[in-house]
Write a protein that binds this ligand. Structure first.
Ligand code: C5J
Length: 222
């Protein structure tokens, strides 16, 4: 069985690598570009760009090896029927979910700003999950899609580390998946929150799972 160095201890890959999926959370213009949801909440969105090159390398390797890939998008229906008022009303920004912004309506499915950034755009055959919440299992068919493919191991990447990535990882951990967060392929608007999340995940013998770098994964799988 293949394994590689991770924290808090080595991560073992499944005997059949097709049981391992790369999960890319919310790499959308809404979070990475000025004028989107992240910007409307008052964040410096430029920080998130740093993870695009290593994440692209990991994605390219998964594509070359024909291993499962999951993309998620945080989004709402145009009529906001899946957006709790508590979520829409939260915050003091000028623009709220559903309002017209420079890239179209904020966090609305199908709007230009809601799309995944072009560098990481999904290809046909890759799983794409649209989700109204922070966790990718809440109100989505993700678990069914993973079960249908026999997927047991998940590499968690994307943005933001302590919100949608960590929430999804905790949901997956409770459902029995062997989860690993890829340190240089996830980012937060708040560096301290990212660091704290990595430490939380791997504390207590890996209470939520493992963390490691994309280099460890790539040199094991290549
Ligand atoms: C947020 C996310 N931060 N993708 N969403 O609202 O982390």
């Amino acid at each position: 069985m293949l394994s590689f160095s991770a924290q808090p201890y080595d991560y073992s890959l499944p005997a059949d690598l097709h049981q391992l999926a790369l999960v890319i959370i919310d790499m959308q213009r809404d979070f990475l570009e000025p004028g989107g949801f992240g910007d409307a909440l008052g964040n410096d969105v430029s920080r998130l760009q740093a993870i695009v090159p290593p994440l692209k390398r990991l994605l390219t390797l998964f594509r070359a090896l024909r291993l499962p890939i999951v993309h998620t998008l945080e989004c709402h229906q145009p009529d906001l029927s899946d957006c709790p008022m508590s979520k829409r009303d939260r915050g003091n920004g000028k623009l709220k979910i559903g309002d017209e912004g420079p890239m179209g309506r904020i966090l609305i499915l199908g709007e230009p700003g809601n799309a995944i950034i072009p560098e990481l755009a999904p290809l046909p055959g890759e799983i794409v999950i649209t989700k109204p919440g922070k966790g990718a299992f809440y109100a989505t068919p993700l678990q069914l899609q993973l079960q249908e493919r026999g997927i047991t191991h998940l590499l968690l990447t994307g943005v933001t580390t302590e919100v949608c990535v960590q929430t999804t990882m905790r949901e997956a951990n409770d459902r029995g998946y062997e989860c690993l967060m890829v340190e240089d392929c996830t980012e937060s608007y708040f560096p301290d929150f990212k660091q704290a999340t990595l430490e939380m995940v791997r504390a207590q013998g890996g209470i939520v799972g493992w963390t490691t770098t994309s280099a460890q994964i790539i040199c094991t799988l290549e």
